[in-house]
Design a protein around this ligand. Structure first.
Ligand SMILES: Nc1ncnc2c1ncn2[C@@H]1O[C@H](COP(=O)(O)OP(=O)(O)O)[C@@H](O)[C@H]1O
Ligand SMILES: [Mg+2]
Length: 306
């Protein structure tokens, strides 16, 4: 059985391959600023390996649901289920070796973290007879394994971080191989990042992230400048499943695309100021005695009026 997949080309136009068998044992960390091409890269890996390995995608932005159009992935909309149902689904996914995309798009941040934690824990807690190999892709992983406490409730953050730590640190024995992407290494919990042995580093602006990326690639700080100059879709790859030396890769095309178009400029609408004003205001039906937003009537104490 062929175990390697083509992800793109190197500087000389030669194909660059990832050994999926090796990737399952050694995991992957992708870093790059927003727009550097991380999700595209993950999609390329998922598409190329779809026939080789079970795939489970944690998809905070609903980017990957289109995989279902061309491949056998089942889309689960996280917002449609409670925690218990999500956990039950996670267990069934292990038992049946289903490739799925868990879309968290419709949830707020705390609910996304809670849902991802319940799901990952269920994958992790599957009984031994269901420990089949599966690639677990987590996009925007810094959301689920943040390096510092932020605005979310502490118990939510801890549950999500613990599920991600289990995936990356203890998942291998159970067949789970994490492939995670983050905008910023400094925002991702160190112990989660540390368990990946394969790296694909894309364009990175901030010095602190560039320095960490260079450290992971075993590059000297002064060489690290090239990470800032990478173009969109270009990454430096290193690791047992990719290359023994840092290798420049231009990620190839994908069969499927995200639902959202690109955010390029487009002609503005023709409507003039007055037309626009009438469209915005007159199309609102004003119920005759509706509670309009109005200044509260003065009733001495400033209380609400009926
Ligand atoms: N290798 C590539 N070839 C062609 N288009 C790409 C490539 N990488 C990224 N893109 C395009 O660039 C845009 C940003 O890529 P994306 O993967 O969404 O970035 P990120 O996830 O890092 O924010 C998308 O429209 C994507 O289709
Ligand atoms: Mg992305």
């Amino acid at each position: 059985m062929k175990t390697s997949i083509d992800i793109g080309t190197d500087g000389a136009g030669q194909g660059v391959r990832i050994d999926v068998q090796e990737l399952l044992a050694t995991r992957l960390l992708v870093q790059g600023n927003s727009g550097s091409g991380k999700s595209h890269l993950l999609r390329r890996i998922l598409e190329e390996s779809a026939a080789l390995v079970q795939q489970i995608v944690i998809d905070p932005e609903g980017d990957f649901v289109t995989l279902a159009d061309a491949y056998s992935h089942v889309v689960i909309n996280g917002g449609d289920y409670n925690e218990r149902e999500i956990a039950a689904m996670g267990a069934r996914i292990r038992a049946h070796r289903a490739s799925v995309v868990l879309s968290l798009e419709s949830l707020d941040i705390e609910a996304q973290m809670t849902c991802a934690a319940a799901f990952l824990n269920a994958l992790f807690d599957a009984p031994r007879e269901h420990w089949f190999p599966a690639l677990v892709v987590v996009d925007e992983a810094q959301m689920f394994a943040p390096s510092v406490s932020g605005d979310v409730a502490d118990n939510v953050r801890r549950a999500s971080l613990s599920a991600m730590t289990n995936l990356m640190c203890r998942g291998r024995k159970r067949g789970l191989a994490g492939a995670i992407a983050t905008q910023r290494l400094a925002k991702l919990a160190k112990n989660v990042a540390a368990e990946a042995s394969n790296f694909l580093m894309g364009r990175t602006f901030l010095d602190i992230d560039m320095a960490r990326a260079a450290d992971l690639l075993g590059m000297e700080r002064r060489q690290a400048e090239q990470i800032r100059d990478l173009e969109r879709g270009h990454f430096l790859g290193l690791g047992p499943a990719i290359s023994r030396r840092p290798l420049a890769v231009r990620i190839g095309a994908t069969r499927t695309a995200t639902r959202m178009g690109t955010h390029s400029l487009m002609p503005l609408p023709d409507a003039r100021g007055a037309d626009m004003r009438s469209m915005l205001f007159t199309e609102t039906e004003a119920p005759a005695d509706a509670a309009r937003l109005r200044a509260p009537a003065r009733t001495g104490g400033g209380g609400r009026t009926a």
